[in-house]
Design a protein around this ligand. Structure first.
Ligand code: F0G
Length: 464
């Protein structure tokens, strides 16, 4: 047997597998029962009933041998843990902020930041909302206002930086409400709810220039900023020869403060932080963290968790790691594109987002087509995904009306370093199977709606 010389050279993950976790396959009949019992909400499934778990990339990362070794070096002192100082050093070295307050996860940092910076009646512009971020802004008495570019709302638009801030929209907000009512501008890159779309460095600089003129600080949601840095390296003129680590540091340098869910980029299962260059904010945050999380040198974490994070940060900025991470998402997305399945373009950094409006055009948004699609994929193959559409968008804090966002998406989210290319093939084939039977799909009716972040615990039944 002879092989033709390959016309391209493939890349592979820069790691090999040392430990495995068995997963169990279920039958179609079992899965139909499980999802019914879970109220047609994939958040309410038991993980042991899931075959390939693509609900989220949050806290689902596989740690390296070096991180696990670091877990054994946990300094579990109540105060002044060595691991806290290691974490602080890693954050300062790679993200560039001067001061660090550890928290148990991202939303805890958002809570502390919002309580300190937002006053009732304030307005917080941002490049699209994120669920927990917006809720903490609202609970502090603020109102979120979206200043993302229009392209972000169009799943078919292939602009390279659909996470950009519209400078015109941001100017308008500043003119209308006045800089004094804007405690900060909240920037995320890539933008989770827009389909993992990045922000360019040029745009970040323009935001910084505008904010500087009005003396408005910038808070970065740095949760997946390393993926953003990778997209800048790949897509933005002038960055090809820079390392992701260098790009990350430049990107952060245009901001004053960051909140971080380390459960994503930083390759751990739990952890987060608030980091800032503002000494006054740091002192207040260091004081408040004691109330909600724990002493300022552990913030709700064990010493070993902070050590794993410190080591995870170093691994996460390596070019070969991030290329393989985003490359796996692209591999899955390109499969689906080749088969004509409607997904958000360009392919995102942490997930492939299925366009449920185009997938199920016969299901009205009031019957939650994206939620229905998550259920149909689970029933087909045991693959668990997440709704990112009307259910996630929730209700207007003032009027109580449901938000019906333009983007009605299913997020097929890839944990870092967990699944193989063969798993990706199984996922792609399952989505294709559901797509081929799309005419038979039915929508859902909500039967139970929690007050906050309803998507986590809402229950549904099949619509008539
Ligand atoms: N910011 C962004 C952009 C996020 O994606 C998340 C979490 C948070 C903040 C909150 O961080 O979960 O550590 O409290 N996103 C998860 C997800 C839940 O599945 O996208 P957390």
């Amino acid at each position: 047997m002879s092989y033709a010389k390959p016309s391209r050279r493939s890349w592979a993950e820069p790691w090999k597998i040392k430990m495995v976790e068995p997963i169990r396959m279920t039958t179609l009949a079992e899965r139909a029962k499980f999802i019914f019992e879970a109220g047609y909400n994939t958040f309410l499934l038991r993980s042991e009933d899931v075959y390939i778990d693509l609900l989220t990339d949050s806290g689902t990362n596989a740690m390296s041998d070096r991180q696990w070794a670091g877990m054994m070096l946990g300094d579990e002192a109540y105060a002044g843990s060595k691991n806290f100082y290691n974490l602080w050093e890693a954050v300062t070295q790679h993200y560039g902020y001067k001061y660090l307050v550890p928290t148990h996860q991202g939303r805890a940092a958002e809570h502390i930041l919002s309580q300190i910076m937002i006053h009732p009646g304030d307005v917080i512009p941002g490049n699209m909302y994120f669920t927990t971020t917006r809720l903490h802004q609202e609970l502090a008495g603020g109102t979120f206002t979206d200043v993302i570019v229009d392209e972000a709302h169009d799943p078919a638009n292939e602009a390279p930086f659909k996470g950009n801030v519209s400078i015109a929209k941001l100017k308008r907000v500043i003119d209308e409400v006045g800089a004094r009512k804007i405690p900060y501008v909240c920037i995320a890159g890539p933008v989770n709810m827009a389909g993992g779309q990045p922000q360019s460095m040029e745009n970040m600089r323009a935001v910084r220039d505008l904010c500087k003129r009005h003396d408005i600080p910038i808070v970065l949601d740095a949760t997946r900023a390393i993926e953003n840095a990778y997209f800048i390296q790949q897509r933005e003129p002038g960055y090809k020869t820079k390392s992701v680590a260098e790009i990350l540091k430049e990107y952060c340098s245009y901001t004053d403060t960051c909140t971080m869910s380390a459960k994503k980029d930083a390759l751990v299962n739990i952890g987060g932080w608030l980091a800032t260059n503002d000494q006054g904010l740091y002192e207040e945050a260091r004081n408040l963290v004691v109330v909600y999380e724990g002493l300022h040198t552990y913030g709700g974490l064990a010493g070993r968790d902070m050590e794993a994070m410190a080591r995870g940060i170093v691994e996460s900025v390596a070019d070969d790691h991030i290329r393989a991470r985003v490359g796996q998402v692209e591999y899955l997305g390109n499969h689906l594109l080749d088969w004509g399945i409607p997904i958000v373009k360009p392919i995102g950094g942490h997930a492939v987002f299925l366009d449920a409006r185009a997938f199920y055009p016969h299901i009205p948004q009031s019957q939650y087509p994206a939620q229905a699609l998550t259920c149909d994929i689970y029933i087909d193959s045991g693959v668990r995904t997440m709704e990112r559409g009307a259910v996630s968008a929730g209700r207007d804090a003032k009027t109580g009306e449901e938000h019906f966002p333009k983007l009605e998406l299913v997020r097929v989210t890839l944990p870092r370093r967990v699944y193989t290319q063969a798993h990706m093939d199984v996922v792609a084939e399952s989505v294709l199977e559901v797509y081929e039977h799309r005419e038979q799909a039915r929508g859902l009716r909500m039967t139970y709606e929690p007050k906050y972040l309803r998507f986590f615990q809402a229950r549904f039944e099949r619509a008539e």
